[in-house]
Design a binder for this molecule. Structure first.
Ligand code: OOG
Ligand code: MG
Length: 262
């Protein structure tokens, strides 16, 4: 670690305040270029502690930057992970007040729900498939606190990987008869298909993102408990939204999930 505890706590407070007040900020590595990976995750975990102390619950996890399309869009090379709080959840078909966000974008994702714990190192796709209770279509709404979505990987990890809101819907589908790689994915904005892909865009198989997450957590001595909701990462580039937009995600065999912005 390169930053002292007081600095970690100060940066966590700063980033979380930007989130809660819908204000942007320059990326924190401008001020702290020496920051390392441990510092970045320590800031994210300090944000999590602030939310828990306020009575929020952690309801899930997310993997991010798991597709080529996302890595290219954000100009970074490695996947990352973050947490999902209950206050991020939006009901299927619900409305999001855009004034509470900075510059939101939507991502089409496959969400997993586990029925057994997953623990790395050595977690692999087979273990993830065996531990999966069901999958559901999910729209993740990301809203980087960094000005113009300009960041490096450490800054985005500290900012809980731009997590803002998420919506799950469609039908909870067991995966026994599904090939998650070839599931077609269509993201529509105001009735127009704006991003199209298939499950394999995420690391060749979306379950690989969950295995990667279990292995990253395993290095920290943590596991993914049974019953965890996990977003496996945007399948296409993220799409910017504004007030008045209606967004729907259709995933083959999994159904549709929708959300509106006003
Ligand atoms: C980082 C979060 C990326 C995903 O699914 O790839 C992410 C960002 O692009 O702001 O959630
Ligand atoms: Mg995402």
């Amino acid at each position: 670690m390169k930053l002292d505890n007081a600095t970690i706590l100060r940066l966590a407070e700063h980033l979380e305040t930007c989130e809660l007040e819908a204000r942007d900020t320059p990326k924190i590595t401008d001020e702290h270029p020496e920051m390392d990976w441990e510092d970045a995750y320590a800031i994210q975990y300090a944000i999590r502690d602030r939310k828990l102390a306020r009575g929020d619950k952690v309801v899930g996890l997310k993997a991010g930057l798991t597709s080529r399309a996302k890595m290219k869009q954000m100009n970074v090379e490695d996947p990352v992970f973050g947490f999902l709080a209950d206050s991020f959840a939006v009901p299927e078909g619900g409305e999001i007040d855009i004034k509470k966000l900075i510059h939101p974008k939507v991502e089409p994702e496959i969400a997993f729900v586990t029925k057994a714990p997953l623990k790395g190192p050595g977690c692999h796709i087979g273990a993830v498939l065996a531990a999966t209770d069901f999958v559901v279509p999910a729209i993740e709404i990301i809203d980087s606190r960094y000005r113009d979505f300009k960041f490096d990987l450490k800054s985005v990890v500290a900012d809980n990987c731009s997590s803002s809101r998420f919506v799950v819907g469609g039908s909870a589908t067991p995966i026994d008869d599904l090939d998650l790689r070839t599931l077609g994915v269509v993201l529509e904005k105001n009735g127009v298909a704006v991003a199209i892909g298939a499950g394999a865009a995420v690391l060749g198989h979306p379950a690989a993102a969950i295995a990667m997450l279990a292995n990253m957590l395993g290095r920290r001595g943590e596991e993914i408990p049974a019953g965890t909701l996990i977003l496996s990462g945007g399948i296409t580039e993220a799409v910017a939204v504004e007030a008045g937009d209606a967004v729907s995600l259709r995933i083959q065999s999994l159904g549709t999930v929708s959300v509106r912005f006003n």
